[in-house]
Ligand binder design. Structure first.
Ligand SMILES: [Zn+2]
Ligand SMILES: [Zn+2]
Length: 302
């Protein structure tokens, strides 16, 4: 059997990156990957050296790779984990987070739905009117923001990868949810407000496959247990469609991401008028209306 050689040296290639027309060995892939993340951070002005960064971790590959890498790049990082209280899922992923934080000596802060909202997600879904992910998404987002604020973080880094990003773009585009798109992007938020900790996505140009390989090569152990509530049908369709296009036309995903980035300033400008921020009348958290989404949902389940 002929071994496939790295495009840059004589070693054996571990991955073929068709979109970049490269085959790379362990060392050159690691360098390529880290350089791209560094470039994403710089290009989008995501971080300043003095920033304290809260990293939202779940125990999956993306968030642990992000934590590891920002720590390796010598940023001041602390991990925040949201425990939704999903039996058979969250309890299985937490040990992976604890292990990596211990190894790298990174402080870990755990915030739970039970403590914040009085109910675990398992308890919430018993009285639900909507899909579990609707509650979870809103509660998680709000709690991550609070968590980052409570530990005095300047930024909140989340592990969204290229696949997550392009799925989100295509889903919102298909549903004509342009306001949602305007609120997305490499640095998230339509308005600047002290109560919102800026969310950044340093891995948005790295595919899921590349994150898996990077975790493997650096020895990061992660959980691959899937959330039992996951599996939105529309997302699966979009994922399959994108994977097929990428396979036949390498570079499709990065192309979609870059086109979106070019449209973003126009979208943001267009939706400017909805950028006003009030304090929620119930909890005081920032919201565009009178009562924040989490408080509305909390009311539904009590
Ligand atoms: Zn090489
Ligand atoms: Zn509220």
């Amino acid at each position: 059997m002929i071994k496939v050689k790295c495009s840059l040296c004589n070693k054996k290639a571990v991955i073929e990156l068709k979109y970049a027309n490269k085959k790379l060995c362990e060392k050159h892939f690691t360098l390529f990957y880290e350089k791209r993340v560094r470039r994403t951070i710089v290009k989008n002005s995501m971080l300043r050296r003095k920033d304290k960064v809260a990293v939202g971790v779940s125990g999956g590959k993306d968030s642990l790779v992000l934590l590891y890498l920002l720590h390796k790049m010598r940023y001041n990082v602390e991990a925040v984990l949201i425990d939704e209280g999903i039996k058979g899922y969250r309890d299985k992923t937490i040990p992976y987070v604890e292990k990596l934080c211990k190894e790298l000596n990174i402080p870990l802060h755990v915030f739970s739905f039970k403590e914040e909202y009085g109910k675990t997600l398992n308890e919430t879904v018993k009285k639900r009117k909507r899909p579990a992910c609707s509650y979870c998404g809103v509660f998680r987002r709000s709690l991550l923001n609070k968590a980052a604020r409570r530990i005095n973080a300047d930024k909140l880094a989340i592990g969204h990868n290229l696949d997550d990003e392009t799925q989100m773009i295509l889903m919102n585009f298909t549903r004509s949810e342009l306001l949602r798109l305007a609120r997305a992007g490499p640095v998230v938020g339509i308005v600047e407000d002290d109560r919102f900790v800026q969310r950044i996505k340093p891995l948005r140009e790295c595919s899921e496959k590349e994150n898996v390989l990077y975790a493997l090569l650096t020895g990061i152990k992660y959980s691959d247990v899937e959330c039992p509530y996951a599996g939105e049908a529309f997302r699966s369709t979009v994922r399959e469609c994108l994977n097929m296009m990428e396979e036949k036309h390498p570079g499709t995903k990065l192309g979609i991401l870059h086109s979106f980035d070019k449209l973003l300033p126009i979208l943001k400008e267009h939706f400017q008028e909805v950028g006003e921020v009030n304090a929620c009348k119930v909890c005081g958290e920032p919201t565009s209306g009178e009562i924040c989404k989490s408080c509305q949902m909390k009311k539904e389940i009590t």
